[in-house]
Design a protein around this ligand. Structure first.
Ligand SMILES: NC(=O)c1ccc[n+]([C@@H]2O[C@H](COP(=O)([O-])OP(=O)(O)OC[C@H]3O[C@@H](n4cnc5c(N)ncnc54)[C@H](OP(=O)(O)O)[C@@H]3O)[C@@H](O)[C@H]2O)c1
Length: 309
C-alpha cells in the first residue's frame, strides 16, 4: 500500500539511533531514510486488509510517503514496511495517536500503573515534568491521589506544572539545587520516582527514599548526547540501606494493555482530567528543529511535525 504521512513524532530515543552504541536499537543508516513514529493515510492499497483512507500508524516517519507490505507493526523498532490500523472513527484525531495516545503517554501510564505502584497519599517525584512523558505522568499520578513533586528547566514550565497540571510542588532545577528542591518538596520522603531526566536527578532522590519503595527509570535524556554513559552514581548506598527496587522499563512490555490505556486516556481527557499540549512544527523541513528542541529545553509537552493535512 502507498501511505501519505500526516504527522510524525520526534522523541529523545532518536538521539541514540544516531550512535552505533545503543544495544536495543538499530542505528539509523548513514544515507538511508530515518525512521520514527508517524500517523498517515492509505492512498492506494493492494493489501486486502486495508483500503484507501485507512488511518495507519507506523515507524516510517521522516518522510512524506512510503510503501508498506502491511507487515506487523512493532512500535519503537525501525521497520520501514510495518504498519498498524488505527480507528479513524474513534474520538481521537490523527495527531492524538502520536500525542495523548502515543509512546510518551504509554510510557507514563504503563510505568506508573504496571511497572510501579501508585498509592493514594504517597509522594511521587517526576523529573522533566513539563515534557511529554513527565506531564502525562504528573496528571495520572494526581488522578490516582498521589502527592506529586516535579522539576523542570524554566520558571514558565514550573508555573505550568503548578497552575495547569495541579502538581503539589514544583521547582526549577536550573536555579534550585536538586537536593534542596527535593527536600523542600518531599518532607515525608519519597515513595515512588519516575526518572526521565538525568543520573544527577536520580541520585539526588536516593537519600530521600522511604524504605522498600520503587524508582522507575524511563531513560536519562541528559546522557543521550554524550555517548550514553552513566557516570558513577552518587548516593547509591541508599539503594541498599533502604531496600529499594530500581526498575528500568520500556512501554512495549505492557502493550497487551493498550486498549485499556486508550480507554482510560480518552475517558480522563473527556472528563477534563488530562491533557498533553502539542507543539506542532509545520513541514517536514522543520523536523530537525523539532528534534533538537528536545535537547535544548525549548520544548514542552509533545513535539510533533505536520507533514500533510
Ligand atoms: N522507556 C520507554 O519506553 C520510553 C519511552 C519514551 C520515552 N522514554 C524516555 O522518557 C524520557 C522523557 O521522554 P519525553 O519524550 O517525554 O521527552 P521530554 O521530557 O519531552 O524531553 C524534552 C525535555 O527534556 C529536558 N531535558 C533536555 N536535556 C536535558 C538535560 N541535559 N538534563 C535534564 N533535562 C533535560 C528538557 O526539559 P527541561 O526544560 O525541563 O530541562 C526538554 O524540554 C526520556 O528519557 C526518554 O528517553 C522512555
Amino acid at each position: 500500500m502507498l501511505v501519505e504521512n500526516l504527522y510524525m513524532s520526534v522523541d529523545p530515543y532518536m538521539r541514540r539511533s544516531m550512535d552505533a552504541v545503543a544495544k536495543d536499537l538499530p542505528p539509523w543508516p548513514i544515507g538511508g531514510p530515518l525512521d520514527g513514529p508517524s500517523i498517515g493515510r492509505v492512498i492506494e492499497s493492494r493489501n486486502t486488509g486495508y483500503v484507501s483512507g485507512d488511518l495507519v500508524e507506523s515507524m516510517s516517519g521522516w518522510q512524506q510517503h512510503f510503501i508498506s507490505e502491511g507487515d506487523e507493526f512493532i512500535p519503537y523498532i525501525s521497520a520501514n514496511t510495518a504498519i498498524a490500523k488505527r480507528d479513524a472513527s474513534s474520538k481521537a484525531a490523527p495527531e492524538d495517536f502520536l500525542g495523548l495516545l502515543g509512546i510518551a503517554s504509554q510510557t507514563a501510564y504503563f510505568g506508573l500503573k504496571k511497572a510501579g505502584n501508585m498509592v493514594p497519599g504517597e509522594t511521587v517525584v517526576i523529573s522533566s515534568g513539563a515534557g511529554a512523558v513527565g506531564s502525562v505522568a504528573c496528571q495520572i499520578a494526581k488522578i490516582h491521589g498521589m502527592r506529586v513533586v516535579s522539576s523542570a528547566g524554566s520558571d514558565e514550565k514550573v508555573a505550568f506544572l503548578r497552575d495547569e497540571l495541579g502538581v503539589d510542588f514544583a521547582f526549577n532545577y536550573k536555579t534550585t539545587a536538586l537536593s534542596d528542591g527535593l527536600a523542600q518538596g518531599c518532607p515525608d520522603g519519597i515513595d515512588l520516582v519516575l526518572e526521565n531526566a538525568s543520573p544527577e536527578h536520580f541520585a539526588a532522590c536516593l537519600p530521600l527514599m522511604n524504605e522498600m519503595k520503587t524508582m522507575l527509570i524511563t531513560g536519562f535524556i541528559s546522557i543521550y548526547s554524550t555517548g550514553g554513559t552513566v557516570p558513577n552514581l552518587a548516593n547509591f548506598e541508599y539503594a541498599l540501606d533502604r531496600f529499594l527496587t530500581i526498575r528500568a522499563f520500556a512501554f512495549m512490555e505492557f502493550l497487551d494493555a493498550f486498549d485499556q490505556f486508550v480507554a482510560d486516556m480518552l475517558k480522563w481527557r473527556d472528563a477534563g482530567k488530562i491533557q498533553l499540549p502539542l507543539q506542532i512544527h509545520d513541514g517536514l523541513e522543520k523536523a530537525p528543529d523539532a528534534f533538537c528542541s528536545l535537547f535544548t529545553g525549548t520544548s514542552s509537552g509533545k513535539q510533533l511535525v505536520r507533514i500533510a493535512s
